[in-house]
Design a protein around this ligand. Sequence first.
Ligand code: ZN
Length: 195
Amino acid sequence: MLLKIYQTGQPVLREKAKLLSNEVLLADHTQQLIDSMIETLRDVPGVGLAAPQVGQSLQIVIIEDKKKYHKQVPENVLDQQARKAVPLKVLVNPKLEVLESEESLYFEGCLSVEGYVGAVNRANKVRVDALGRDGKLISYIAEGWHARILQHEIGHLNGELYIDLLQPRSFMSVKNFTELWRSALQDKIRKSFTK
Ligand code: ZN
């Protein structure tokens, strides 16, 4: 079932999402919610969705970055962003640890802030510990764009939106980003938007 994506201003996006017990996680209604979140994410399409974005204050995020989504991004930008395809991941009660203080500044958008993007500093390397949808432990290290998606999505579970973190002067419409900034590399983004 396709779910409505909540836009900024809805209080649920600013709440700390609730942890799931194994019993709640394995319950039919939660498993159905996860299926619907996957369907909704693929329909948009987007690379990540957190349960508060569909109005559920629960610690569930899903991530999927398909190769075909990269077609509109120039090759040298993809390389610099260390953006590679990420197969579908369902992460429940995730904990994030930053492994490297080094950060990159790139544009990101959010399905809950429709029509806009902004440049956000994010750590290049993180570790995530979570439960899968089957309740089993998942733990892995992610770098580059995958690390960025994790930081963005897990931020949602803490009531955080990327607009809290962006370089204010970089906030712009998707249209202007596409026309003017899509090919920009790190140096140019930093010079243009960091005070
Ligand atoms: Zn988002």
